[in-house]
Write a protein of this length. Sequence first.
Lengths: 275, 301
Amino acid sequence: MKIKHQGEWKYQLILILSVCLLFYPLLYMFSTSFKTLNQIFSSGLKLFPTEFTLENYDTVFKSLDILRFLTNSFIIAAIVMVCKIISSVLASYALVFMNIKHRDLLFNLFTVSMFIPFSVIMIPNYLTLSEMGLMNKLLGVALPQLADAMGIYRIRQAMRTIPKSLVEAARIDNVGHFTALRRIVFPLVKPSVVAMSIFFFINSWNEYFWPMLILKRKEMYTITLALQVFLDTESGSAWGSSMALATIATLVPMVLYIFAQRQIIGTFMQSGIKE
Amino acid sequence: MMKQRPALAKKGLKTLEKGAYLFPSVVVFLVFMVWPILYNLYLSVLEWNMVSPNKRFVGLGNYLKIFKDPNFLKAFGNTWLYVLLMMAFCFVLPYLISYILGKLITKGEQLYRAMLFFPSLLSLAVASIIFLWLFNSVSGPVAEIYKLFGHESPKWFTTQGLVIFTLTVITAWRSFGYNLIVFLAAIVEVPVELIEAAKLENASNWKIFWTIILPLTSSTALYVFIVTFVFGLQHVFTPIHMITKGGPNQASTNLVYVIYQYGFSFFQTGRAAAVAIVSLVIFLFVLWLQKRLEKRVHYEN
């Protein structure tokens, strides 16, 4: 329920302004990717091109193996998503519905680890991965991303809203844990699981740090990492192409978000932080 | 005897089953989180270049050295500047906007929050590229605005002092939406009756924020504060690495970037590890502070 406030228009104005400010860079990226170099330099603040061109996309596809980069990104993001979701659902079930010694301690350790910055673990992980022979391998980029407790945190949160008696009743009827998870618990937390899956996929797709550290050979690049190719050219000539590449890199997260916007925001709103 | 054995076996089986559920997560955490922290501690007392088989034990030597290294000291100072600016953009601003969104408007909440959250789903690498051109001091849109008023645009990425601001804006643009949603989740839970009662006493919206919203959402605020602190420093690494490489003159470097530089540009693994441990100590201290404050907040509520 909402209360009517006097002068709501002022607040609407602030919000509209915020949306504009946040969206301007995006629109700028998008429109610049369709401009000729001439227009980029002469159009000033005008967002939309007077003359629509695909030459930037042409340049990008001709000079880089974009499909390869997209495939690499997809493989890494898929590995990260599947592994993280399976391990988080299993661990969350154990933490909520099984009698585990030191359960709270274990959960607290998981959550504290969410706040351990990657800078603390990057050099040891780099050494571990090179020992494992995973330099320049997609798996090498995926593995360190798995140690993230966000999934356990959110999915446990969702599972805690399920009455324990529901699972206990089934257990008394000799239903195994795995069946209880599959038949009773999973269907009830499915929206959260879907939202987290998509969130993990997008985050991994966007990851810059691990790919930069692990993937040195150009044919192993992810689409995000490929963005730095156009940075090396100091002149303004790559302006349009870099915006075209940025647009391509944004497309997948954008489409996924449009489809799953409700679930993603719902999952973050549902639990808040406390209890 | 005869009866005990199956019971024991059953118990063992149960433990095994529990273990199986936790196993994947625990293994990943041990290998890629717990072990690296310990390993880092060990590396920080060595002199080593990451490739040579010779490792030399130097005790606290690396720690003493980094605290005399101007590069590290600069990064240490910059880190607090980054934190301060991040707090303004990613803590204060989303707090106020989510109050407007959650309590002060009657129409459009769903649409606004979906749109404001959107940049949080983009890559920081994409953000860096966009802003590199947006803030291009010759003919980027920001420079055009300056021209409209007959001024020359400052050099956003190569001016000491200014560059930290610019890189923070890039990072904040990406992180704003996420923090907004977390705040909003807490603010919509604040009972409407409390606000109505305050309205009857003619309290201003500003006063309502300070006397009702703030106290009732303080544990969320603490959480966002920590998240902004810890992740802000990590996230800003991407624009630093892509755009400035810590420059000009180390003006934009921070603790995370210095670790990377020591480790992968100068091949001083021991010093990199020592900086990593120093940053870990800072983070753990902040985390501890949060837990203490959180207890007090709950007590007051």
